[in-house]
Design a protein around this ligand. Structure first.
Ligand code: NAD
Length: 376
């Protein structure tokens, strides 16, 4: 029968691609499930829990050599990639648009690689497979908590015998999946929240959470529900308008991304310089290429001379490994259900509207149009 395996992730990654719950469901659907020893440990799923679910706990070599399908959260290390064999299916956040060397390696080894970054998000059948959304939603929630934790004042209004504390003012820049979750969480903590985006369509979503939508003078709707990149003039105009909005807030959470590009700079140095001491910026887009906030660094907190905290988010979903793995694993299960028949035999139809985009490589070829473009 078809064997599905999950590997232990490397580095600081705490998530696991298959939970015991999903393992049990796959076993029920006639798959054989193999889990690398210790794979669930950092997300609090024990080897015993997998065994109880009907999965086999095995060594990495056994999983890699025997599995028909390997599910991972992140792209496996190059040694592991080198051991994959022809016809094997690899599914995970494989960085197909950004780690082009690895994609080409997977193609050369004739692995069928499904990279969640490529999933079309506006096709409703793909919603249950949408790892970017499930993990962004966790990161947005956690970003609001990180901000509250580092802020030296209350989020809610407090009326006490020792006086009244004003509620914190939180501004969320980029109100997609993560931003909306950050707004909802900050609202639940009692802050006064506003949101800002270059997609006017997100106004309704922001307002339905009880937050104010700050109208952007730049409108930048792109393909597939995403924002497009701004021109240099638009970017300058946006930064100037944001300086005014930012000054009125204590906390700024930024989430703006443009797929496959360096994140836009939304908070210029002047806005950081003008922020009140004790202000907190949480930059979910912080990366080695730069983020949304001038001076932010991934996985680091920078405190400026004027006492402004710039928190570059790292892998926030990994810090909530149990919930994140549960959702990730459901997304993986949805993909498997989509391509398997009732006898647990897998056939991937490359003409299908979802698979034609999700599949990066197959039979030695680069299938994804987006990856091909990135290679040129
Ligand atoms: P994302 O992570 O790429 O970007 C986050 C947000 O930043 C987006 O709202 C984007 O508009 C915004 N942004 C980008 N550049 C900006 C700039 N210069 N200034 C201000 N804001 C900027 O996006 P995401 O959160 O993954 O999703 C974005 C869109 O896709 C949303 O409309 C979402 O509802 C939609 N979506 C749809 C589905 C579905 O239909 N199944 C699934 C997921 C997402």
């Amino acid at each position: 029968s078809t064997i599905i395996a999950a590997l232990k992730e490397s580095g600081d990654e705490n998530r696991v691609a298959i939970t015991p719950d999903v393992a049990a469901k796959l076993v029920h659907s006639k798959f054989e499930v193999m889990i690398e020893q210790g794979a669930g440990q950092n997300a609090y799923f024990s080897d015993q829990a997998y065994q109880d679910a009907g999965a086999k706990v095995v060594s990495r070599d056994d999983a890699v050599s025997q599995a028909n399908v390997i599910a991972t959260v992140d792209l496996p290390d190059s040694e592991t990639l080198g051991k994959l064999h022809e016809g094997q299916i690899l599914i995970g956040l494989l960085k197909a648009l950004t780690d082009l060397d690895s994609v080409q390696k997977l193609a050369k080894q004739k692995v069928t690689a499904l990279s969640f970054e490529l999933l079309p998000r506006t096709i409703s059948r793909a919603q249950s497979m949408d790892v970017l959304s499930s993990q962004a939603s966790i990161a947005g929630y956690k970003a609001a908590l990180v901000a509250a934790d580092k802020f030296a004042r209350y989020f809610p209004m407090m009326i006490t015998a020792a006086g009244t504390a004003k509620p914190a003012k939180v501004l969320v820049l980029g109100t997609g999946v993560a931003g909306l979750q950050a707004i909802g969480t900050a609202k639940r903590l009692g802050a006064i929240v506003s949101g800002y985006d270059v997609r006017p369509a997100s106004r309704g979503e922001v307002e339905s959470l009880g937050a104010e939508f700050l109208t952007s003078s730049v409108s930048a709707v792109g393909e597939g529900g995403y924002a497009r990149q701004l021109s240099a003039d638009e970017q300058k105009q946006q930064q100037d308008e944001l300086i005014g909005f930012i000054k009125q807030n204590d906390i700024v959470i930024t989430t703006a991304q443009v797929p496959g590009r360096k994140p836009p700079l939304l908070v210029p140095q002047a806005a950081v310089d003008n922020a009140k001491p004790g202000s907190v910026f949480v930059d979910l887009a912080a990366s080695d290429l730069g983020g949304n906030v001038a001076g932010s660094k991934p996985d680091q907190t920078v405190i400026t001379d004027s006492g402004v905290q710039l928190i570059g988010a790292g892998n926030l979903a990994s810090e909530m490994a149990t919930s994140a793995s549960e959702m990730f694993s459901k997304n993986v299960q949805a993909v498997i259900n989509d391509v398997a028949d009732k006898d647990a035999q897998i056939t991937i139809d490359l003409k299908d509207d979802v698979m034609s985009q999700l599949v990066a490589t197959d039979h030695g070829e680069i299938i994804s149009e987006r990856v091909r473009k990135a290679l040129n």
